[in-house]
Design a protein around this ligand. Structure first.
Ligand code: CA
Length: 141
């Protein structure tokens, strides 16, 4: 292959890639088994003991398509589950949004794998009282 052909093949690959990570991902991958794709240890229940917060979904070549969030409260042998209205490529962080001194979970889901454009949803969640509940996030968020 000469340089021109290689370039054309590479560009073709990029175009194909951009195409395959379209919003139809969820529909095309419905039958795939969910696995833990990320996890962090943070006390989100407020008992002073770290909980394990997991994102479950499907690993992709460069990221993960997330369908569930799970909090494992080992101290109380409890597992709590949250299912967003739609799956997506995640950004997540922990901060006390409602001022109760317990860390809440912020989960954003995007429909684009590579640059995380096209936000589908932003959830602010507390796991304080034995189940995961949505709370109000920062204004305009
Ligand atoms: Ca805890």
């Amino acid at each position: 292959m000469n340089a021109k052909k290689i370039m054309a093949a590479a560009l073709g690959g990029v175009a194909l890639l951009t195409f395959t990570v379209s919003p139809t991902f969820a529909a095309e991958h419905k039958a795939v088994k969910n696995e833990v794709v990320a996890q962090k240890k943070v006390d989100v229940t407020g008992d002073g003991k770290a909980d394990v917060v997991k994102l479950l979904g499907e690993k992709t070549w460069d990221d993960a398509f997330v369908r569930y969030l799970v909090v494992v409260d080992k101290a109380h042998k409890k597992t709590m589950k949250f299912k967003p209205a739609t799956g997506g490529f995640p950004e997540w962080s922990f901060m006390d949004y409602n001022g109760d001194k317990v860390k809440d979970i912020r989960l954003e889901l995007y429909d684009d794998e590579i640059i995380h454009e096209g936000q589908l949803a932003a959830y602010h969640l507390t796991a304080k009282n034995g189940k995961i509940k949505e709370i109000l996030g920062p204004p305009g968020d």
